[in-house]
Write a protein that binds this ligand. Structure first.
Ligand code: HEM
Ligand code: HEM
Length: 543
């Protein structure tokens, strides 16, 4: 026990400590920080993808605020007299004129505009790849299904925030995109016309749409997204991060570095790296040069018009769909647009619901904190690759004119290619991916039992040549054998508890069939058993 002397009591704590004490007395941050400062984060390069999303989102907000200072969300027509001489005297909306001003007259304006736009492109690409990482490693399984849904919402809202953003400058390209959207809205039966009239405040294009998109773009959608990002990160913190299997890693622990100081330092540095790379790209590569397109006029369309990449999929669906129309009781139903709209919705819904669908099929209701290696879940991996294939093929459809002009091809051939391979491509991708996964599983098994092929050829005294196989380390053996292998869910007993014959329901049968597709024979390679390993490594049958 220590005794307090008069000189101790008179000694003042350093200023920093006093400020910290003052703040702690009011906010209670010390106990909060103490509880979380040493929280452990596992390390893997793919866990940086979520961070890229986070940092690009912050960059978008920072640059967006600067843009709001100069952008005028108004459709009032004016005559342009700014410093971009080729446009002098041209009539345009204030929105377009102010974007020209941001680009040519506001200090740093063009760079900030470009950073905002490039960061949006990186943000959505980051989300796409982050989502793939989560999907292919099975990180969406219990208890992270809700967080997958939060992420999914972020992805969809991100697409629409991007769309409303690039519509704001009211140039010929963006106006064409808005016109396209109005067409899609109009194709909805019964409510389409009402929604269009409501959104545009009357006939297209009206005088309101830019101001409305502005509120949606800078306030409504980013506000919701900010809330979702916070909820998303709180859940990552609460569930703790998943980790790849390895020695000492279990479903009940997390092996990695503490939040403070290691992870914080890394994350802080990574933020500046992401910001720096986006700034360099924005300084070097022009994006959306609206002054080459001119102001929007409903009676004109720019050629080679392309949406940002994340909307290319939806655009592709509409471009390659035959222009079918039917007439019902005096009303026209534009199937050429309605069907793509429905397919777009269904494909998005499939992403949102996948975690629930998989756990229903496999009957797996346990918590998972160890990640799968994609090869050990061949059916899931193959489904993911099939989905990405369909997405990429539609992206080609969305850019059919660009592909035609750049590769000197007929636009009709490209359209037909996309029509056929939208159906065929995913099937081929599914089969090939599954075969590759199973092949890799066989190789893993071979490595466990026979070691790594060293490439060193040895000649034995009697003349035979053999290749030396190096045994794997314990850590490598663990990583290759740690995964669980499941048995497919079965149809329940054919008689009930009273011995009466029971007819399995259709859903039960479907589930058992699908479950076989995931874990049945031929859909996973049984991993090396301890007996097999002992048998081979004890010398018998070893080569
Ligand atoms: C604004 C967009 C997003 C941000 C800022 C964000 C951020 C993050 C961060 C920082 C992590 C932890 C590090 C990592 O695993 O990469 C994470 C994990 C996660 N994210 Fe996202 N994310 C976003 C979008 C998405 C999307 C689109 C999905 C899926 C549809 C998703 C699903 C998940 C899941 C399930 C985890 C937990 C993974 C695990 O513990 O292994 N996120 N997110
Ligand atoms: C996820 C969020 C966001 C995305 C994906 C996004 C995307 C975009 C895109 C692609 C543009 C077109 C840029 C161009 O080439 O001209 C744009 C414009 C704009 N954005 Fe955003 N943005 C987001 C959030 C914000 C926020 C939070 C603000 C303001 C606080 C903002 C303010 C603006 C303004 C004022 C414009 C019009 C000026 C211009 O086009 O240069 N944005 N946004």
């Amino acid at each position: 026990m220590s005794t307090t002397t008069a000189s101790d009591a008179n000694r003042k704590a350093p200023a920093g400590e006093r400020v910290a004490d003052w703040a702690d007395g009011r906010l209670g941050i010390y106990s909060l920080a103490k509880a979380n400062m040493r929280k452990i984060f596992p390390d893997h390069w793919s866990f940086m993808l979520g961070e890229i999303c986070l940092y690009s989102f912050l960059i978008i907000i920072l640059t967006g605020v600067y843009l709001t200072l100069f952008f005028h969300p108004s459709m009032n027509e004016i005559e342009y007299h700014g410093s971009y001489v080729p446009m002098h005297g041209i009539r345009m909306t204030e929105a377009y004129a102010s974007t020209l001003d941001i680009s040519f007259d506001v200090r740093g304006g063009l760079l900030i505009r470009q950073i905002h736009h490039w960061a949006a492109v990186v943000f959505l690409a980051g989300m796409f790849v982050h989502m793939m990482r989560v999907f292919f490693t099975g990180a969406f399984r219990k208890p992270r299904e809700i967080n997958w849904l939060f992420g999914f919402l972020l992805f969809v809202l991100g697409m629409f925030t991007g769309f409303t953003g690039y519509s704001l400058p009211d140039d010929l390209l963006s106006g064409t995109g808005v016109r396209f959207t109005q067409g899609a809205i109009l194709s909805m039966p019964i409510v389409g016309t009402y929604i269009s009239m409501f959104l545009f405040g009357g006939e297209f294009p009206g005088h309101d749409i830019i101001a409305r998109f502005y509120s949606i773009h800078i306030l409504l959608l980013p506000g919701i997204m900010l809330g979702l990002v916070v909820a998303h990160l709180i859940l990552v913190f609460y569930h703790k991060h998943t980790q790849f299997p390895g020695p000492g890693r279990t479903n009940k622990n997390v092996v990695g570095m503490p939040l403070l100081p290691v992870y914080m330092a890394k994350a802080g540095g990574f933020f500046f790296l992401v910001f720096g790379v986006i700034a360099v790209i924005s300084a070097l590569f022009t994006i959306n040069p609206i002054w080459t397109m001119g102001p929007y006029r409903p009676d004109q369309v720019s050629t080679g018009a392309q949406p940002d990449w994340y909307m290319g999929f939806a655009e592709g669906l509409v471009r390659v769909m035959p222009g079918w129309e039917i007439n019902l009781w005096g009303h026209t139903l534009v199937l050429g647009v309605l069907i793509p709209l429905v397919v777009f919705g269904v494909m998005l819904a499939a992403i949102a619901l996948y975690p629930f669908i998989e756990s229903w099929i496999t009957g797996d209701k346990r918590e998972h904190h160890l990640l799968d290696r994609p090869r050990n879940a061949p059916t899931r991996t193959a489904l993911g690759v099939a989905w990405v294939t369909a997405y990429m093929i539609m992206l080609v459809g969305g850019g059919n004119d660009i592909f035609a002009t750049h590769f000197h091809l007929s636009i009709n051939s490209i359209t037909w290619f996309v029509r056929i391979f939208f159906f065929l491509g995913p099937v081929i991708a599914f089969i090939v991916t599954k075969r590759i996964c199973l092949g890799l599983q066989r190789r893993d098994k071979d490595k466990v039992l026979h070691g790594r092929e060293s490439g060193i050829i040895k000649r034995l005294p009697h003349g035979e040549f053999v290749e030396i196989h190096e045994p794997l380390s314990q850590a490598q053996l663990h990583a290759l054998t740690a995964h669980e292998q499941y048995t497919p869910a079965e149809i329940g007993p054919s008689v009930d508890e009273n011995g009466v014959e029971r007819k399995p329901s259709r859903t039960e049968k479907l589930r058992a069939k699908l479950s076989k597709g995931y874990y049945g024979e031929g859909n996973q390679i049984p991993k090396a058993s301890v007996e097999e390993y002992k048998e081979i490594t004890s010398g018998h049958g070893h080569h």
